[in-house]
Design a protein around this ligand. Sequence first.
Ligand code: F6P
Length: 515
Amino acid sequence: MQAHSQRLATIPTEQLITDEQRQAKLTFDIAGCHFDLSRQRLDQPALDDLIVLAEEANVESLRNALFAGEELNISERRPVLHMALRDGVPHLSADLVDEIETARQKLFQCADAVRSGTWRGYTNKPITDVVHMGIGGSHLGPELITEALDDYAQATPKIHFVANIDGLDLATALKSLNPETTLFIVASKSFSTLETLENARSARNWFLERTCNKAAISQHFIGITNNFTAAKEFGLAEANLFSIWDWVGGRYSLWSAMGLPAAIAIGSDNFEQLLHGAAMVDRHFAQAPSAENLPLTCALAGLWNYNILGCQSLAILSYDQRLRLLPDYLQQLEMESNGKSVSREGEALDYTTMPILWGGCGTNGQHAYHQLLHQGTSAYAADIIIVAKDTANLPHHRNWLNANALAQAQAMANGWDPQSTDESHRAVIGQHPLSMVLIDELGPTQLGALLATYEHKVFCQGALWNINSFDQWGVELGKKLAEPIYRSLSDQHDLGSLYDRATDALITRLKKPQT
Ligand code: F6P
């Protein structure tokens, strides 16, 4: 790989893309999405060796094990089968197919009842506002779909998302709401997540203070969870509970009942199209040979950029306002999945995994951090996402938007050499590896396909790095440390010895009476 990278270092991207075969080999079309990897800084011999690497890492047999429902999440002893929720897994048992279909119909019936006004609040009024309370995978995917597909929402209830433990998040959402016409969704796979449970408790108090009607909770609170016992203890009616299987990881759960707010917003037909688009990618991923396999090629290019070319970050640049939340969603999908430092066998890795993923939306970044992207000293890779069809009814804006996206891609790929030394401050280095995604029209099918492509790319990279992409033990320590600090801040106990001196000093300062 190093030899390939030295050979390629002297060949500019502009020259690499003159190869006529390249476009055919490094572009992929699926479900109305065109993926163009031709500006990646690799060529066929490098790609051939990367495919050998994938063979050595057993990516294909791990992929087959994934679709066969083997326990790939080894530390939690669970299979990983979220693709089954979108009919993307062949050979499922008839019982499981029935279970999934029953759950989907329950989701759609609820979504359509709320959407059409058949679902009534305790004073017999239709629902005007839905407050979805969840965090991480129980928030990012549902909010992304709801916002990205807003064109499909028509006159449905307004959907609000509350995730943060900062009370302002909930208080802002509740500010102008009427409890008689508000429906709350408590979305937590574990039903034990601090933020969601605190928000749900405060929302319930808000509701009861205004209605003084405990029985009305059954018309205004819904739960989505794998833990019915805790949800019922919280006071949710069993009929209002939607289950999520333990083989659906949190960050892969938007395809399940977790997608309820989006299904309410866009309706069940469009939600089915979202599932359909994702299933098209599942089938492609499961069947396409390595050299023609889109998620695998994306994963290999990503690994090449990070481990060989040293690109420490991956920028997701969405040139479409509707995809504003895509970088946030991908941060969890990619970094929570592959930000790992032990192998599947539990040994410390002697190579690095997963660049920092970040990003932004539209041309805004061009007037901020793009300076660094063009003239800074950090190596990075970027995915640039553009959409052909405009729905804002301002076609010249769309043309400017897309012209800017293409221009930025050209500058990042090719750079610019000044003619004289007087202009050296204007030099743009270029040669940054890029993937472009061109979506014809941003609809549910295309969005489903886009997200499923990233999911399977993440899977392939986890396989290449020999890590478990499906657990997230690293987030546990912070949760544990927060408990004694919370008790101390709330004057419940003084457990000073449980934290370090710097924390202690800040706690003291936080607790000082404010003057
Ligand atoms: O703390 C991390 C995490 O477990 C994520 O993986 C998950 O998506 C999120 O918290 C929310 O979890 P839950 O749906 O169980 O509330």
